[in-house]
Design a protein around this ligand. Structure first.
Ligand SMILES: [Zn+2]
Ligand SMILES: [Zn+2]
Length: 129
């Protein structure tokens, strides 16, 4: 078998791995098997995903949850014919939710907020992958 040099670090290796991104042949130490790319592309791809897509998704997720929580609270107060001070607020700071509730149905509101939070965390974990 032909001995090739790693195109990243120059180490001579019998087995080289082809990066699916830049097509360079690299040694085992320079290859990230979970991504199929070399360490250089891996670093670049990781920076791209963490800078562009992730915070936007998180922001949208928090926004959707807050809106759906508000819609539910308005609907529930209409249902009970009670426009009093029942209110629940869910604020997401990253994956950490802050739940606030006031009024006679606040327990109900907080319960819903908790359910939404669990859904939120599940989505958060799914989006992280
Ligand atoms: Zn190498
Ligand atoms: Zn590469």
């Amino acid at each position: 078998m032909e001995v090739k040099g790693c195109q990243l670090c120059g180490t001579l290796a019998h087995a080289t791995y082809a990066c699916t991104h830049c097509k360079r042949e690299v040694c085992q130490a320079c290859f990230k098997p979970e991504m199929g790319v070399c360490s250089e592309c891996y670093r670049r791809l990781k920076n791209e995903t963490s800078l562009s897509t992730f915070p936007l998704k998180l922001f949208l997720l928090g926004f959707v949850l807050i809106i759906s929580g508000m819609i539910f609270l308005i609907a529930s107060s209409a249902l009970y014919g009670d426009a009093q001070t029942t209110a629940g607020i869910i604020i997401f700071i990253g994956p950490i939710p802050i739940i606030l509730g006031t009024g006679p149905y606040s327990v109900f509101a907080i319960l819903l907020a908790t359910i939404l939070t669990v859904i939120g965390i599940v989505f958060f974990l799914l989006l992280r992958k």
